[in-house]
Design a protein around this ligand. Structure first.
Ligand code: GLY
Length: 323
């Protein structure tokens, strides 16, 4: 694009969105070496495993799959994989997706009895001509691919579900920060290639059959190897309504830094979601240059950042300064 046209495009976008200054890739500092970011404190363990996979010669796609598998396999994590909190009828139903540097993606939604939905999503991507499988079909496919059927409801989650059911009856779930800690991960390898993954048991006490943003390409996760990647956590309905992660990547394409892009989409969601103060939505983003961003509606969202051999949990800035 010639410079005048590019200037006009960025100006027009800026006037629509209220953001006046942009950082272009040409001006941005390139951060060397592999970088892995993932949502919440649980991301620390996922990042460690993901980095180990890269160090052992795995691809960036292997890294984002095996990294989040650690959390899916943890029965004490209430929002991902085995031990995930059930829906209103007591069923654990999982959503996940994965996307690689070749713009390929795979997804499963409303999957029961398989603790690693992100790995099933990868099989959908690699072994079928489709992107997304749901419910019974996803389960049948997973079993055909050699995944083991397991009981995902643990004694602890069953007890917690019984208690909560008495408290809230069949009402929709409380929309709060504890109800959502999906793990989303974006990684860039030493060659600069990007992949991402996202996996969750979704909102606790959700209606049976509800699917959130996490398996929806462009909502819970989006990766464009020319630009960067983004992943979402929080109230999935609000993220889907705004095509959240795709929009974060699109803003980065138009010159926003990852931080600016995350902030702008969180603000857009807050502008459009009537009851926005009562929900949590957060994004993480990583661009091709290795810059990172994170932002949420409510205070308390953290993310894990692995770079240069150091892995640390960082607080994201937020629109509301209270949790
Ligand atoms: N972000 C996860 C969900 O809403 O299901």
């Amino acid at each position: 694009m010639n410079s005048r046209r590019r200037f006009l495009t960025l100006s027009a976008l800026g006037s629509l969105t209220g953001i006046g200054s942009h950082q272009t890739f040409g001006q941005s500092k390139h951060v060397k070496g592999p970088i892995i970011i993932s949502t919440w404190k649980t991301g620390l363990r996922a990042n460690d495993r993901a980095y180990e996979v890269l160090q052992n010669g795995g691809s960036v796609l292997d890294c984002v799959e095996k990294g989040v598998n650690v959390i899916e396999n943890d029965p004490n994590n209430r929002t991902v994989g085995i031990g995930g909190f059930p829906d209103v009828e007591g069923n654990v139903t999982l959503d996940a997706c994965i996307m690689d540097q070749r713009q390929r993606c795979g997804s499963v939604a409303f999957l029961q009895h398989i603790k690693n939905p992100v790995s099933v999503a990868r099989k959908v991507m690699e072994n079928t001509k489709h992107v997304m499988l749901v419910g019974e079909g996803a389960l049948k496919f997973a079993l055909e691919q050699g995944f083991k059927k397991e009981m995902l409801l643990t004694e602890e989650t069953l007890a917690a579900w019984k208690k909560r059911k008495v408290e809230v009856g069949k009402k929709l779930p409380e929309i709060n920060i504890e109800n959502h800690d999906t793990i989303g991960m974006i990684a860039r390898d030493a060659d600069g290639n990007l992949s991402g993954s996202c996996t969750t048991s979704g909102a606790g006490m959700k209606l049976h059959g509800r699917v959130g943003d996490s398996p929806i390409i462009g909502a819970g996760l989006y990766v464009d190897n020319d630009i960067g990647g983004a992943a979402a956590t929080g109230w999935g309905e609000a993220v889907i309504e705004n095509a959240g992660s795709a929009m974060v990547v699109e803003l980065m394409r138009h010159g926003r830094s990852p931080q600016e892009a995350c902030e702008e989409i969180v603000k857009r969601i807050a502008n459009k979601f009537e009851d926005w103060r009562s929900i949590q939505v957060g994004f993480i983003a990583l661009n091709k240059a290795g810059q990172i961003g994170a932002f949420s509606i409510r205070k308390g969202f953290t993310y894990a950042h692995h770079h240069g051999g150091a892995n640390s949990e960082k607080p994201a800035d937020s629109l509301l300064k209270e949790g």
